[in-house]
Design a protein around this ligand. Structure first.
Ligand SMILES: [Zn+2]
Length: 482
């Protein structure tokens, strides 16, 4: 059987989270606004209006370029990309062509395939372009509605080399890119809201060959699962065609989410169709060293770097490090708690992964917004270590601190939650439980020793969870064996 490999490149459009649009002062994010409410003469292309570049767009581009190891061009230009479409009122899109903001670069992705050897896939970046978005068209029976709100919303177009070798790698690239964009705070990167859009170029070849075969392009797939599924189907289709002796044609395909199939759209345009020329209404962007340094002051440690450091410095398993660095404020939260606690970093990781993460997800907030601060979480773990409270009281404290915003020690004092490790107090309760449960006591004495769990449970219940469970168990066993 012939063995094939897939050659995949992704073209992504990233919507930047600037307050205003790229060339005018209209609000950029219109997701919740009625159609045509965030528009002006500039973004609707009225005659005589002139664009002014939003500095924040360039600054966000510089952050992404740095993260992708791309080279910033000292001078970049805007160009007009001409094409006619109803939701493009100027008749051209302002984009970048031969002198974009940055060129080259790469992202190294750790891959851990299920049941396989882990490896690192380097995904190269071709170019990074700044550009404006077009409007939205909605077709209804008998009419076509156009919403210009999205016209002029800033985008970065980033194209990868043909470096991805499977649908899983393509999905992983998008996961890593989304993580990075949110980490840098430059895009919400929500695929469902089209903040991150992806077109995929797919071709196949016989494993070992080095040339590239004709490719197809899959347009506008709007979730990571859909990307994985659409690419898998396209690889299968191409192998099937080649095996049947057919040639692959350079089609443009569209993913039909509901039917789970790819449909042919049109044959692909070539770049010549766009008649690019320099945008005469905008100056070149001059990237001085001073400006670049000012933008990059306070540039953060990136998620994959932090992941590696967590494994190295705190001895965390890869699994923990991956989850704790999934989102920037969560990883900051973890590290702040480790510092405040001063003990075993894995113990802190367990508390966050088992309990805090659920609180964060349930409330739909970021870790930084918790009233249960790193200092309070550290305090709870220390109270347990010191034997002041037991683990289950510690767990119930999490929610109490989160609701009231008060310190764990205060709550322990006020509610009298400190655990009782005083032998005589526990002994008294044990005797009371035995007296109240003659049957269970008899069964235990007759050899049904697994009942000890039930006895300890009764003691804990009677003492409102405050007994030290280890001591309660020891005393109970001792008394039952008499
Ligand atoms: Zn505008």
């Amino acid at each position: 059987m012939t063995e094939y490999e897939a050659i995949i490149g992704l073209e992504t459009h990233i919507q930047l989270n600037t307050a205003t649009k790229i060339f005018c002062s209209c609000k950029a994010d219109s997701w919740f606004d009625p159609p045509n409410t965030n528009i002006c003469p500039v973004c609707t292309g009225l005659p005589g209006s002139l664009p002014t570049l939003n500095k924040a767009v360039v600054e966000k581009g510089v952050l992404l370029a740095k993260a992708m190891h791309s080279n910033l061009l000292p001078m970049s230009f805007f160009d007009r990309k001409n094409y006619f479409y109803p939701d493009l009122p100027k008749g051209y899109q302002i984009s970048q062509y031969d002198k974009p903001i940055a060129r080259g670069g790469y992202l190294d992705m750790p891959m851990n395939p299920a049941g396989g050897q882990s490896y690192v896939r380097r995904v190269t970046i071709d170019n990074m372009h700044l550009e404006e978005d077009a409007g939205k068209t909605r077709n209804e029976p008998g009419r076509r509605l156009i919403d210009f709100n999205r016209c002029g919303v800033p985008l970065i177009e980033m194209v990868t080399g043909p470096d991805l070798r499977s649908a899983d790698e393509a999905a992983q690239y998008l996961i890593r890119l989304r993580q990075l964009l949110r980490w840098l705070g430059i895009s919400e990167a929500d695929m469902e809201k089209a903040h991150l859009r992806c077109d995929a170029n797919v071709s196949i070849r016989i494993k070992g060959e080095t040339h590239l075969n004709p490719k197809t392009e899959i347009k506008n797939v709007n979730s990571i699962d859909a990307v994985r599924e659409a690419i898998s189907k396209e690889i299968e289709r191409q192998i099937h065609e080649v095996e049947a002796g057919h040639k692959i044609e350079t089609w443009t395909l569209e993913w039909d989410e509901d039917a789970g199939v790819l449909r042919k759209m049109r044959s692909k345009e070539t770049e010549a169709d766009y008649r690019y020329f320099k945008e005469p209404d905008l100056l070149a962007v001059r990237m001085t060293d001073e400006w670049r340094d000012a933008i990059l002051a306070g540039y953060p440690e990136l998620p994959l770097e932090r992941r590696a450091r967590f494994i190295e410095a705190y001895g965390l398993p890869e699994y923990d490090a991956e989850i704790l660095t999934g989102e920037r404020t969560l990883s900051d939260y973890y590290e702040a708690t480790v510092k405040a606690y001063g003990g075993d970093p894995k113990r802190v990781s367990n508390w966050i992964m088992n309990d805090v993460l659920r609180m964060v997800n349930d409330a739909g907030i970021q870790a930084s917004a918790l009233k249960l601060t790193p200092a309070y979480l550290a305090e709870i773990i220390k109270l347990i270590d010191a034997g002041t409270i037991n683990t289950s009281t510690g767990k119930s404290l999490l929610a109490k601190v989160e609701t009231t915003g008060r310190s764990p020690a205060t709550i322990v004092d006020e509610e009298g939650l400190a655990q009782v490790s005083d032998d005589s107090a526990i002994r008294e309760v044990c005797a009371k439980i035995m007296a109240a449960s003659p049957n269970e006591t008899a069964f235990y004495k007759a050899g049904k020793v697994t009942l000890i769990g039930w006895f300890v449970g009764q003691v804990m219940k009677e003492m409102r969870g405050k007994a030290d469970p280890q001591i309660a168990r020891k005393i109970m066993e001792e008394m039952l064996s008499k």
